[in-house]
Structures are given as C-alpha cells and as structure tokens.
Design a protein around this ligand. Structure first.
Ligand code: 3PY
Ligand code: MG
Length: 254
C-alpha cells in the first residue's frame, strides 16, 4: 500500500516529523506507531544526504517516507522522489504559479516535467520495469502544497485546481502569524479554526487531500472532523523531552 492508495481509500494517517538529520534517529522514530515519517528540510536539519540515507529505515519499518522541501526548492521535490519519498510537502506555496512549478517537478509528462532518473526509488520499491514506473509514479506519489499565508488562502481554489497538486497541507503556526498580522504565533488559535475547517472543506470539494501539522495532539479528533486525513505530530525534540519527562515523573513518584 502506498500513501496515495491509503489516502485515496479515505484512511486517516499520522506522520512523525523528523528534523534530526541522522538515519539512526529516524530508525527509532520509524519504529513507533506512526503511519509515515516526514523528513523536514525546511526548518529541520535534513539535507540531501540525510534524506537519501533516512528513507531506508523508514521503508524497512514499513512506513511511508515523506519529505518537506525548503521554500521554493521545487527541484528538491524531484530529488526526494528519486530517493524514494512517497509524498512531498512544499512550504509557502503562495500563488498558482508556485503550485504549477511544484506540480511540474513532482509529475512525469504529460502532467508535469519531472526528469527521468528514479535511481534509488525504483530499486527501493523493487521495480525493474522502467515503463511501469513511468506509468504508475504520477498516481503513486502525493504532492502537498502548503497553505500557510493569506496569499495562499486568497488563491486556494486555484492551487487546488492545479493539475498535479494532490492535496494541501496547512501550516497552522505560520498561518497564525499571517492571521494576526504578525502579532502572535499560536498553532491552536481558536480564531482561525473556522477558516481551517473551510480550507479542508474546499479541498474535499476539489477532490484533493487535506493535511495539517498538529501541535496539540488533543486536537487531532477536531481536525479529522473538519476533514483533515494526513496529520503530522512532531518533532523528535518533543518525543525525547516528553519521554524523559514521563520517565522522570515516574522515577520521582510524582
Ligand atoms: C507551520 O505550522 O507553519 C508549519 O510549517 C508546520 O511545520
Ligand atoms: Mg510553516
């Protein structure tokens, strides 16, 4: 099962979020109960080499590898796919032209302009037939355009209508900064929840997937109710600190 087929079947998937560019750390994260592991090149420390090496432990744990590329580096979307990523998240897609360029590098012709060379991806997924790979890749990979500014919100329907864009992914931290015009950063801001619900509803009407980064795990149910089906819970910093805190509490009898 690919991440695409599971999302198409209406499943709700939880992805871990990794910013530590180290395959051993990713191996530990991938062994937890997540459905996917997202390797973050935007704010996390992941880079080409760590992505190349970290996808292996994710696949070995039977999880879906996902990559968030840096802002505007749509060329990295093709590379992440060539390394074996099943989905790519592009941050700060603020115009239909951004969406078009992102989709172009995610999809092979005739949808896009992705160049041929699945050097690591095809062997990692056991494919020996290049034509089958060419035929199947566009449907088997998921492109998520991030909606996290007012500019993106204003052209949401255009982004959703862009061929090759399979879904949107909301960045609620940046969205809260935009929403409050720089007054605050609060990914749980009540004031913007109605708009986040509307974004998921518009994605559904357009037949596209909706994902979101979740800071407060207790809000997952609410986001699922809104229609979000790809939920990110991060990051290793939190996994480590929450684990240590819990152990210490137990040890000290609190
Ligand atoms: C945001 O909340 O702005 C994000 O980009 C989540 O990683
Ligand atoms: Mg963001």
């Amino acid at each position: 099962m690919t991440i695409a087929s599971r999302l198409n079947a209406g499943e709700t998937l939880l992805t871990a979020w990794s910013g530590i560019p180290d395959a051993l750390t990713v191996e530990i994260v991938a062994a937890q109960g997540f459905d996917a592991v997202t390797l973050d090149m935007q704010h996390g420390g992941h880079h080409e080499d760590s992505i190349l090496r970290s996808i292996v432990p994710v696949l070995r744990a039977a999880k879906h590898p996902v990559v968030r590329i840096p802002v505007g580096r749509f060329d990295m979307a093709s590379r992440a796919l060539d390394f074996g990523a099943e989905a790519v998240i592009a941050p700060m897609v603020n115009s239909v032209e951004d969406a078009r360029r992102f989709a172009a590098l995610m999809k092979y012709p005739p949808v896009g302009e992705r160049s041929w060379g699945p050097t690591f991806a095809a062997p990692r997924f056991g494919s020996k037939d290049p034509t089958a790979w060419l035929r199947e890749s566009n449907a088997a990979t998921v492109s998520f355009a991030m909606i996290e500014t007012r500019a993106a919100l204003n052209v949401l329907d255009g982004i959703l209508a862009t061929p090759g864009v399979d879904g949107i992914f909301v960045g609620p931290a940046d969205f809260s900064i935009a929403w409050t015009e720089g007054e605050t950063v609060d990914a749980t801001l009540e004031d913007m929840m109605e708009t986040l619900a509307r974004i998921a509803a518009r994605a559904k009407v357009a037949g596209k997937h909706a994902g979101i980064f979740v800071v407060d795990a207790g809000m997952c149910g609410r986001f699922v109710e809104m229609g979000y089906r790809f939920l990110a819970l991060g990051t290793e910093h939190r996994y480590i600190s929450l684990g240590a805190e819990s152990l210490l509490k137990t040890a000290r009898g609190a």
